[in-house]
Design a protein. Sequence first.
Length: 417
Amino acid sequence: MIQGKREKSLSPSDVKKILADVDPDEPPYGYILAASAVFSKKSYDVFRDGLRSKGVMEFYLWGRAELEDMLHLPKNDRILFTFFGVSLVSRRRSRTTEVRAAVNTKNKLYKVLGDHVQTLNKPVVIRDIIDVHYPFEDEYPDFRERPRWIEQRVVRHHPNGLLIDSQEYYAYVDKEKKEWDYSRHVNILVQMRTIISDDDRRENRAKQGDVLAIWEFLPRSKQGTFKIAGLLAYSDVVLVDPNGDGQYNCPHLYVEFSDASGPYSGFYERLSIKTEKIELDDTWHRIDFFPKTFPRPRPKVGYRRQSEKINLDATTLKGLNSYTLSLDTLIAVDGRYDSLQQRDIVEIANSARQGYDRDSAVVVRHVHRGLFSDYLKDQNDKYSVREAAKRQVGREVGDEEKITILEVEFAYIRDDE
């Protein structure tokens, strides 16, 4: 016997009334009561005890939960689809197809670019699958704002796709005040592209010079970079061309671009000073450090000190001339550098290297005059700074000593200067 009840609730007494139809003199072998209600334990007890007392051998009480569980069984998928328009088997097959395609794409990219244990740094061209005008940019009036193909560099594999360096900018970082800013005036990564027009290269180099005229004269402890990496999902890559073509001789990845984010499904941002990552939480504030526009022509690097030269200690000078020591900092406690200012260019006495007929010169990027401890607090590699100070001064320098530290870089001096 089968009873079906479309009731929101059935009490133990309601179950007892339903079972009254069972004849104890001629009981059925089995009995099923199916209802859209949620049965209590007492209702189950009444159902079980009532049918046993009437001699029924096999019985089932199907409430709402049991019916839903059975509907989701593969063998009942046709019933679920017929009455509710849902097919879990079809959905599972579709999802399996998607996963299989993503795995195949991932494995192909492993072969083309390298596997997940490597830092890749490989060029690729990402192309919009619906584009029909490649490689003619002029066919799109808005190509600069919304490119249909872009040359980028793959950083590494992410569990869900490729991490691709999309943008990199010069940044200002003050860890003590927790202030930062970056300039969108120039994307550093543009210069790394293998194919770029001469006009674009000149324009990008000029823009880079605009920002560097400010950034290079910051203290090194405040010279940061702001990187934006895009995630190119394996599941979004429709086709992989491992060989590229005569325009871009590198792998081409075909993806459907969106208006908002191009080919990427997400972005990762990273603010850093050299290799130190800065965690931007709610305590950090972005300020207006870089100008919105940069004047041309830019100011000259600085004043060339022709009448004086720097005298280095013997160890530093020997290391400089033999290319075994890099000179990026000048340190003194005796006032020998007091006349030098930021942007000055000065030659180093007796530093003419083999094959050159003039001494090397440096440009002063930043000047610190004050306590040694004030300079050290912003340095990640305090040991190297202390060792440089010890070598150039000739003894250990105390943290509370007054010191002059010049952050310098080599400068090229033309004969007509």
